[in-house]
Design a protein around this ligand. Sequence first.
Ligand SMILES: NC(=O)c1ccc[n+]([C@@H]2O[C@H](COP(=O)([O-])OP(=O)(O)OC[C@H]3O[C@@H](n4cnc5c(N)ncnc54)[C@H](OP(=O)(O)O)[C@@H]3O)[C@@H](O)[C@H]2O)c1
Length: 352
Amino acid sequence: MTTRIPVSVLGATGVVGQRFVARLAAHPWFELTHLAASERSAGRSYEEACTWRVPGSPAYAGLGRRAVVECTPESAFAPVVFSALDTAAAAELEPQFARAGAVVFSNASAFRMEEDVPLLVPEVNAEHLRLLDVQRARRGWRGAIVCNPNCTTAVLVSVLAPLERRFGVEAVLMASFQAASGAGYPGVPSLDVLGNVVPFIRGEEPKVEAETRKLLGRYESGAVAPAECVVSAHCQRVPVVDGHGEALSLRLRGAPSLEDVSRALREWRAEPQELGLPTAPQPALLLHSAEDRPQPRLDVDVGGGMAVHVGRLRACPVLGVKLFALGHNLERGAAGASVLNAELMYARGQLV
Ligand SMILES: NC(=O)c1ccc[n+]([C@@H]2O[C@H](COP(=O)([O-])OP(=O)(O)OC[C@H]3O[C@@H](n4cnc5c(N)ncnc54)[C@H](OP(=O)(O)O)[C@@H]3O)[C@@H](O)[C@H]2O)c1
């Protein structure tokens, strides 16, 4: 590819926005043209406006002197827009960009459950992109909004998709161990989270339950019918920096053996891996055999934080199968997820 596609990042100063900037500063298909944030940051240089928190990449991705602009189509338009805005700001600003002709890849919850908005994980439900025809016809936008799910949901559905495809998922019980960075920067006060577990994350459990059913649902004649499985989520904040752990108990149709479940997870290959998309991890799911893995500190950065890990697969006396899953909340659950969504659309000729 000789000419890269211009892209903007909205909310570029936040923890998710910084991950976008780090990824896009070196992306083979996209060229980062605008860093946008609130009016508190607009007009300042990127290094003045944000506290850089991306380990292992050059400070401010080498863009420290770049001026931050306001999140308006007049100041920050590009044909492809990555949004790491807070939900209230996203609700107001993302449609302005879509109306102006941009395809907006959003991390916020504002539009995820709208009937005509694809809630996308490319390995799980690429066919839901067909909702874009409905969205454009209904809203009259030249552009579009495509959402990625909540970070906890992203890890959960990545594990459920191969099992849904091979057997059918009937019931899911999920208890999460969610990293502090899931609350943005500076996020949860250290006095609340250090040496502690906080058994409440506002709004999280209903989001995980509803988004999972939409993602596993079937596209039929212009709409997505949610999957029929029951999902119960218990969400906890724990003193981990990056990486959401999830303890799952599952009831699968036909009560398959652990060996069959293990094979379904190991053999899982999806479109992003087959297309060799730049952000797709190879493989998408990593099955651990060590009895004490996966762990956030040891495993979460594999595949640029895009791999989803599964370990401790064993029999559950209540639902049949249990396991432990792990994924990077800021990459598989946020910035990397949006970039992968854009890559999938580009590779399919649906982006520009
Ligand atoms: N953290 C995660 O693990 C995670 C995972 C999945 C999804 N998400 C979602 O991603 C989004 C960003 O989360 P985050 O954790 O990166 O939050 P964050 O660190 O608090 O960053 C929020 C960003 O939004 C900007 N912003 C806030 N209000 C604005 C306004 N009125 N106009 C324009 N810009 C505004 C901020 O700019 P200033 O710096 O100028 O204030 C900042 O760049 C949220 O919707 C969140 O729910 C987060």
